[in-house]
Design a protein. Structure first.
Length: 403
């Protein structure tokens, strides 16, 4: 069977690009994924308790790009959400990210933005150009808050000290001196109204007969049976090259879900004196971080964000895990040594060695690497969508054998 494009991976980047190629250019695409479902890590589904959950951890969609918002709005309506989380440490819930409310909890009385700014100025450690995640937080809030909220959480999540990680790891978390307690700053924050999976199903439907979809299919298993002119690879770049330069390190995750009926909740949910817990919920916020206690990093109760009206609820405890070939590679590790190894793979991707990985009988003439794993970088969903749209313009306008 012959296709214009083989697309490896049915997540955001793969499906967004497939839809554009099929609907706008009339090209044939075969999308393959080793998993049994579409949507990649953004896949959601209804569990046995009737609760819509995010199977691979919470996916909080947000963007400042009107172009990306408008594009995805072709395939979904939206449920607006102001994502709010808490941090639980020393037996107490704290407003997080750090804001004026957090500061008032710490000092035990009402305060002002001016007083908080003065306190931070007195506690910050002057570092003109932070080179790692420890320095970026110390330069913003000082050692006390760094150790209370950031240090041990980062150690658990990444199994690396913050001083060994890129400044972006902790630096992306806002620090505010007003009462804005939202987790994110983006102008548009929402979830697909009927879930991510429904949105992806609509994207697939928009491709029409130009799209063929094969799930439960490692792409190499299908190579002997197809021909294609171009491949889009969204998986781990080191895997594409058979790890010839060594394995890129990733962090994996283990999820422990637990469902509750209303009678269960009355007997088991933790107490919260600082923040009220809504009826038929387990905890006071959609996400609670645990920087200094327990082996898990956070408990997520996504029902807070989806707004689903149901008596039962489900929480998911999230445990960071070492990555092995048997695990899913969730997070590229942003550090100097990993960046150096990725650059070597990127150089391979830009060389004839990339096409040499594809059997000659496939007749492939071009290759694109897009997505979080293929570019070994932590991207948000809107950024991956933007990357796919940019790659579409490149493929449409490139004077390659595809035109």
């Amino acid at each position: 069977m012959t296709y214009d494009h083989l697309i490896v991976g049915a997540g955001f980047s793969g499906l967004v690009l497939a839809e554009r190629l099929c609907s706008q250019l009339g090209r044939t695409c075969l999308v393959v994924d080793k998993r049994s479902h579409i949507g990649g890590n953004a896949h959601d589904h209804t569990d046995r308790a009737g609760v819509l959950i995010h199977q691979y951890g919470p996916h909080y969609f947000r963007t400042n790009s009107e172009k990306i918002r408008n594009h995805l709005s072709q395939f979904t309506d939206w449920h607006p959400v102001d994502y709010r989380i808490l941090s639980h440490t020393h037996g107490r819930y704290y407003s997080f990210p750090i804001n004026l409310n957090t500061f008032e909890q710490l000092i035990g009385r009402a305060s002002t933005s001016g007083e908080m700014e003065s306190w931070l100025a007195a506690h910050r450690i002057p570092i003109a150009n932070p080179t790692n995640s420890e320095e970026v937080i110390l330069s913003q809030v000082g050692r006390e808050l760094y150790e209370k909220f950031f240090k041990n959480y980062t150690l658990k999540q990444w199994k690396r000290h913050p001083r060994d990680l890129d400044p972006s790891v902790c630096g992306r978390i806002p620090i505010r001196t007003n009462r804005d307690d939202r987790y994110l700053n983006d102008s548009f924050q929402a979830l697909p109204k009927h879930g991510y999976t429904k949105m992806f199903e609509n994207i697939v439907r928009a491709c029409g007969e130009k799209l063929s979809l094969r799930l439960n299919t490692p792409y190499r298993d299908i190579l002997p049976h197809i021909r294609f002119r171009h491949i889009v690879f969204t998986g781990p770049i080191d895997e594409f090259f058979d790890h010839r330069l060594g394995r890129l390190p990733y962090r994996s995750l283990r999820f422990e879900p637990q469902s509750f009926t209303p009678s269960d909740l009355s007997a088991t949910r933790p107490s919260s004196s600082d923040f009220p817990i809504p009826k038929n919920h387990y905890q006071p916020a959609m996400q609670v971080n645990f920087p200094n206690d327990h082996d898990y990093t956070r408990i997520v109760e996504i029902k807070h964000a989806t707004g689903q009206q149901i008596e039962n609820t489900t929480i998911v405890r999230e445990y960071p895990a070492d990555f092995t070939p048997a695990e899913e590679p969730y997070y590229p590790i942003p550090a100097p040594d990993t960046s150096a190894l990725y650059k070597k793979y990127r150089d391979l991707a830009d060389s004839p060695a990339a096409l040499a990985q594809i059997p000659p009988q496939c007749r492939c003439q071009g290759i694109s690497f897009i997505g979080r794993l293929a570019t070994y970088r932590y991207y948000n969903m809107d950024q991956v969508t933007g990357m796919a749209l940019h790659e579409f313009e490149t493929l449409r306008n490139s004077p390659s054998p595809l035109s």
